[in-house]
Design a protein around this ligand. Sequence first.
Ligand code: G1P
Length: 289
Amino acid sequence: MKIRKAVIPVAGLGTRFLPASKAIPKEMLTIVDRPTIQYIVEEVVASGIEQVILITSEGKAAIENHFDYNFHLDKILIEKKKTKLAEEMRHISNLIDIVSVRQKKPLGLGHAIWMARHVVGNEPFLVLLGDDLVLSEQPCCKQMINLYREVQESIVAIQQVPLDQTYQYGIVEGRKVRDRVIKVDRMVEKPAPGTTRSDMAIIGRYILQPDIFNILETTTPGHGGEIQLTDALLALSNKRGMYAYQFDGTRFDAGDKIGYLKAVIAFALRHPDICVDFSDYLKDVAGQL
Ligand code: G1P
């Protein structure tokens, strides 16, 4: 079955980014000239998805407004003869069909995904976490959709991380079936140091079979007292199998201060308007260190 829908949970408080995220959703923090959430939605669009389902919470209206049509702004830009900019703004509002669902209580990532059940229905779907930005030739989601066409089972994107950092991630254990593809045996959310020998960390891209919703319905709180998606994934993997995919590309944790700054630099060095000047500036700065 074709993957048509992408769920993007954006309900999190963003405590790692306070005070910047106190009055502005962390997903609206800018990377060069657009908010991080726009990169995520653009990845979805470039992967051929038809609908985005945002899981939101109080204080996240700016995200919905960003993808809406702003009549007032459009009128002013046209009056000022800023046609190109007006077109760019209209393009953002026409990117893709977006539906929002409120997560009323912060019960965890698993619960956030469960909130999408009525809109997703009985079909496989994508999940993208807003903190994880991936720079790659072919969009990470598209790479996963290509693999899905072949294996027809759930897939989690993974990357290798240093063993002393595995406690920060969902970790996959399994056996390699071919280049970049692993059959999942076990998964654990944020394992205590020394409790796994695997260095394969889940990053925020998943293709899930809709069976996940029934599993989430009865998943009890796990790590941190929250309903964890990883716990439900393990049950789904035991039920019908799951693959982990080592995607081709560079992932940035834009929800973390250093990761965010690295993302700003990487995206600025690829931005046609500023890449040359910015690269010269960086060389100057490096020379002064
Ligand atoms: C979430 C997931 C975790 C995954 C991580 C990737 O954790 O629960 O399994 O490895 O995203 O960014 P969070 O970073 O939201 O704590």
